[in-house]
Every structure is written in structure tokens, then in C-alpha cells.
Design a protein around this ligand. Sequence first.
Ligand code: BGC
Length: 651
Amino acid sequence: MRKINLLPAKKIASAGMVFVLAASMLSGCEKKDGSKAEKDPYAKAVFRDAKASTEDRVKDLMSKMDINDKIAQMIMAERNVDGGGAAYAMVKQYGLGAMLSGGGSAPTSGNNPENWSEEINNYKKAASESKFGIPILYGVDSVHGNSNVYGTTIFPHQIGLGATGDAELVEKIGTVTASETRGIGSNYAFSPVLGVAYDEHWGRFYECFGENTDLVTELGTAYVNGLQGRKDSDDFLSQNHLLCSIKHFVGEGQVKNGYNQGNVEMDAKEWDDKLKNDIIKPYVSAIEAGAQTLMVSYNSINGVNCHENKELITDYLKGELGFKGIVISDYDGVEHCKGAEYKVQLAECVNAGVDMLMEPLDWQNCYYTMINLVNDGTVSEDRINDAVSRILTVKFDAGLFEEKINSDIEKEQLKQIGSEEHRTLARQAVSESLTLLKNEKMSDDKTAIQTLAAANKIAVMGEAADDIGTQCGGWTISWTGSKGKTTEGTTILEGFKQVASDKEFEYVDSADKISADTQAVVVVAGEDPYSETQGDSTGFGLFLDEEGTTLINEAKAKVGDNVPVIVILVTGRPLTLRDSYDNIDALMSAWLPGSECAGIADVLFGEKEFTGTSPVTWPVTAFDISNKLVDDSVVLFKYGTGLKKDGSSIK
Ligand code: BGC
């Protein structure tokens, strides 16, 4: 496990501390003890003048900064350096540009929204006390809601949002996610993923909206609009929203065999065509919508890692596409550049065009090495100036210099975390993403789904039926996510009982316990949580696991042909169902639905109709992936498959 608190806990701030000092208000302020704060030498500087243009403010501030100040702005460090204790001092002393909480890096004082808020606001205060009081960016992986934090609203992962195809809904989800992220003090979300998914062996398949570039473009742009606010509105980058990072740039979905951080193997011309006519579209659209930052991808293209690819970052992204925002490296991304020594890798990365360096625990090494690289001329001052002016421009444009620490808006956002209204939106998303793939006729007038809706006594099987951790998947509370009661919400089984309280649901752990008078069986099966490389399926078969397969087959053997066996898959990707498929009367994918699973019951037992359609082509077996887009005979469910309760197609 890479991203957890490895170091001893340290209490870093007293409870209930409220900071109302904006950096711009330092001058002549009373300190808590009543004495006057040191006079702020920059009180009258142009960069402090909210009415001055961003260009003038950047110019003024940069003219006052020395090379060390500038390099510090390029660094993003992890909060868990020394359990969070040293981080405060380093932000203040060095004037670091940014901090992050990687997956699972929660306050040592305990994972709840209040502790997060206290800790992050403490870092903001440290930044306000640094030499120039430049506000920090505080980044978190709000990839399906503010999902590191206990008690937040967890939305379906992007693959499920792809199934909804509903841009309006996705924009609303972006807005709520921004609010729940702002509520803990963070102003920066590493989201959304704009990769176009292809090979489901890849452990990050579910982080994408799907395999269709137009779908990814539409929903990705909607998500950016939700997170940052619409560019043409007064709300753009307001405190109701935050800065987003579109990621990962670029080609991660096209790597050979779906290996995470792998290599795209195409000849130069083929790659160029693919990139410029297809893969780039979601990025171009998101940049037009105002995406302020972009994260580089771990993968390589024909052996060249994206982090060291100057042609890609400087010439193409910043040059041809005119991206003016911040290019940030991925977690420890520098180490993905060629070179036996760190200083060579770092020079490669910065000279390729990376502006902000996510060097979580190694930030100090990064800082001093960068200073040496500039001193010996390996990295030019011009390159540093380009990076820092981008970073400061984004910070000024986002109003961070004027923002009060722990403002009233933020306090209200904190209160709204996990609110009824937010959870209702997530529940709607769960309903809309539910994708019905098979629905056999059980009698002349009823399909399997209609039979389930009419049944009074229903057996429910599979651990995943009643497990919030499994339903949320990876990137939930911890980096990889985990099974169990990891956060608050409603499981699938709880949702059944809530929505269809007139029916009898009997949870059984084996088929021989199914009562003789059972009228329908629901089996919930699929994948255990995972993230990144740990989720790569090296087995290649991607079979539904033995537990799920056995439950389905034994349930069918027990209840016979007249009682439907209905399968709900909780999965981040298509699975091979060959060993149980014939025993399934109705099959649906809930994808990775998140915390509000009553949305499933709303469709199965309520008035709602199925609306989800598959955002990916589902092959008969994972051995057929390489042919799935060209040979229909290896396809179990085509892209866009989605049925209704009566068995007819949505599209
Ligand atoms: C992932 C990014 C993530 C970052 C920070 C990396 O391992 O690739 O998607 O934003 O960690 O947690």
C-alpha cells in the first residue's frame, strides 16, 4: 500500500480553530494575543491589489520573487510528510505552491470532514504566513465525490456515469462534488479522467466514462463545467466551485494489453492520427471549457514516457493547442522519466514542460535539486518563469489571493457534506446508470424483471448485496478501497427493504437455504475493490469469480425454470460470464454505484424505467478483447446495449 499514513500521528492544530485571515489582510492586523503583527512589506504591492489585472499582478509578484521562491511554487508535497506535523512549517518557511492528500491520506486526528477542514485550513494559514502569503493549492482525488473523506456522498464511478449518458446529471454531480470538496477546505480536485477506455484488463478502466470518444468528450466537459463552474458564468471558479485537473495526458487507455502505466505501441503515423483525430477531443473540449490544470499520464508512447515528452507537452499541448494552464506531474511522476539519477529525471520532466511537480514525500530533494539544475544551467530561468507565471495566473484567476480562510461559504459547504439533497442526486445517478443487458421472458406476459417486481418473497444472495465498501469500489476512503462498512450510505439490500417494504427479502448465503416458496432470486456478484496497477487483470480471462458463478448456478439448479435468477453485477468492467450465463434470466450491471444504492430498488421495484446503456463493448470472453470492435461474433453485448423492463431496447 503506497498512499497511507505511514508515519506517526501528530496533532497539528487545536480543535475548532477558525482562521479568518486572508493573505491580503496581513498588514497591521491584531494577532490573537493582542500584539500587532509584523508589518507586511507587500501590503501596497500591485500583486495584492484585487483590482489590478492578473497579468500585472503576476508580473509584479514575479519581479519580487527569487529563484528559490519560484521553485517552491512549483512543488506539491504530501500532507503525510511526518504525519502532517512538519508540513505546516514547510509550507510557511519554503512557501510551497501546493499540498495534496493522496488516496487514503487522511488526517491523523481521524477521518471525518471536520478534521479535514481543520487540517487543510491550517496549511492555508501557514501559506498566508509565508514570505509573500501566496495561497496554496490543496489537491485531493475527488474522483466520484470527495471520496477520501468519511461521510461524504459517493457517486457512481465514471464508468457508471458513462452508462447514464446524461451530461446534465454529470454537471450537477460535478457541482456537488466541488461543494463537498470545498467543504473540507480543498480547492483542487484531480478529476475528471478523460482517457478513452479500451482494454478492460486495465485496472483504471472504471475511472473512464467509456470507450466512445464523443461520449467521453461530452461527459468530461460537463464534469469540468460542474467542478469549475461554467466559463461564461459569474460562478466560474467561484467558491461554489474549484480548480479541476483533467487527467491523464495522454494515451493511457491505448496501452498494450491494458497494462497500467504501460506503453502505447503504434507506429508514429498511426499514433499521430489516433491522437489528433480521436483521443485528444475530450481534452480540447475541456480546455475550451476552461480546465485550469492538466495531469500528465504515467504511460509511455513508443517508449517515451509522457512526463519526459517535450514534443507532446511543450510543442503540442502548450504550443499547438494553446493550453495556458498548469501542467502537473502525476504522483512521483518524475521517477518515470529516463535517467539513472534523480537530477537527470527531474531536468527531463521540467524541460519537457511540466510546471508543477507532485513529489509527495521527496519534495525537499526535488526543491534543492531544482535549484542546482537552474544554477548549472540545465534548466533555464525562462522555463521556471513560464511554469511559475502559469501557477500564479491560475491562483489569481481563481481568486485565491482574496479568499478568506475558512470562509462562511466554506463552513456552509462543510455542513452540507453528505446532505439529503446530495445523496438524492447520487441515488438518481445510480438509477440512471443501472444497465439491463439480458431480460428473458418467464411467461407469456412477463419478463424476468417484471416477475421480480411482482414477487412477494425474494431471496438475495452474494456478499456484495450488503456491502457499502464493495459498492463504492476503489478510491473510496482508502486508495484501493476495501470491502466492509467503510463509509455511510445505503447498500443494495437495504435499498430493497426501504423501497419495497411490503415484500419479504431473505438474505441467504447458499442455494440450499432458499425457501421453497421463493418467487425470485437476486444474486449480487462482481469485483472486489481495487485501484491502479493492483487492479490490472493479469489472469487475462476476467471471469466472474467462483463465488458469484457458484451462487448463480446453484440458485438456478435449486429454483428451476419458473423462478427467475436475476444477477446484479457490481463491476468496473465487463466480465466473462461464460460459466454461468445460461443460468441467468436477467442480468444488469450496476457498475460501481457508490453510496446510494436505493437507486437500484427505485428501478427494480419502483416506477423508474431502466435508462442505462453500456458505455463499452462487452466481449463474450476477455480473450476476445482485441477483436471486440471489429468482429460481432465475439461480442456478448454491443456498445449502447440497454433493455427496458418489458425486454425492448432503449436505443
Ligand atoms: C494517480 C492520480 C492521482 C494521484 C494523486 C496517482 O497515483 O495516477 O490519478 O490523482 O495519484 O493521488
